[in-house]
Design a protein around this ligand. Sequence first.
Ligand code: GLU
Length: 476
Amino acid sequence: MAPKNEPSFRESVDLMFNRAVALMDLSPGLEEKIRVCNATYTVRFGVRLRGKLETFVGYRSVHSEHMEPVKGGIRFATGVNQDEVEALAALMTYKCALVETPFGGSKGGLCIDPRKYDEQELELITRRFAYELIKRDLINPAQNVPAPDMGTGEREMAWIADQYARMNTTDINSRACVTGKPLNSGGIKGRVEATGRGVQFALREFFRHPEDVAKAGLSGDLDGKRVIVQGLGNVGYHAAKFLAEEDGAKIVGIIERDGGIYDPEGLHVERIHEWLQKHGGLKGYADTHFNKDGARLLEAECDILIPAAMEGVISLKNAKGIRAPLIIEAANGPITAGADEILRHKGTVIIPDMYANAGGVTVSYFEWVKNLSHIRFGRMQRRQEEARHRMLIDELERLDRYLGDAWSMRPDFKEKYLRGADELELVRSGLDDTMRIAYQNMREVWHGRDDVHDLRVAAYIVSIGRVASSYKAKGL
Ligand code: GLU
């Protein structure tokens, strides 16, 4: 239970928004226009399952249409409610503005425990939910483009895309009605791991700025940093895996639904992930390090804490006990407004959700563009690029022969340089660039203004400023 003075998720987002607009020079009317959620649709529909009619409740909330289509995932979870989808839709508006994806913000959810149904039943339910949204233009390539979120993935997105295509047989852009699809249904390489990859790129960029690293009382780079990850779902798993395998970070703690494991020597992410897939929980993996009370592990000793599961896990209840000097919000809204205040006063550096987990929507944007252009990235230029590189290699080989022993090409250079970029490389490069630039935009405000003391307010100021100018351009 949340303490009485703990605001709801939606209120938390508004409080954070208010803290930022207080430092901006917007008219009260425009401020209010940006803050409010434009519309939230509730759909109730019945599906006949196991001989009985079951009624489901779903939502699609549209926060801001300053740009269209609006964008944001669809979540399948029992806790889904109007307050939650509205908070998440608002965060999508700010997130898209911050990373310059040309979308407004939206979010959807279905109140369901997906683990209670088999695949066929889930398909029926998903298609029916999609039908309800499609016929109201709440799924549409030009107006509202969902994506995966908690409890949904490629499979559900493929069903939604197919449902849209069946209902819009002449829409040549039908595949762009949803992102996060499997590759064979119009998806893009690198989308599955995009949010986790974005968390990695965000941390890499943070550690490129020693001044920022020092604010968290840390130094050096990611190598050897002790990390605790809460939630080893799609986002947490990929972030932990990449940080451990590619940056030398040490994953010392993993928290899941049924408890947590902590080992100062470091944990094997891949093995734990496999265990989780098989057994559904951490129990039994490494009994010596297992603690049933996973939440306690949020307060354990580490350098970087990555809440990657759901909102409100760091609240008034436990904020005081958090020892991590750096928190990166891989989930949406994991820190409540009250906890945020406590942590700020303690000097904890928080890399905020709207930036930290924007990798997903960034690659969704690339997928949407791919679908609209009807061609895979790199298809036209790859071989041409290789041919030009070949010219340079030929020249270098001539030089190599001429210089004899004095100089020679590094053995792997030729192979690496010759190869033109494929779709995955282009997606990664676009994501890396996006994460670097958005961080730099935030830090300019963080360091450039005396009245801004944290990255969250800086992020809100950047994104609200962009949304405001887009409304102003429309004459509002
Ligand atoms: N559900 C993800 C998020 O919260 C992805 C949204 C998208 O790709 O549209 O950002």
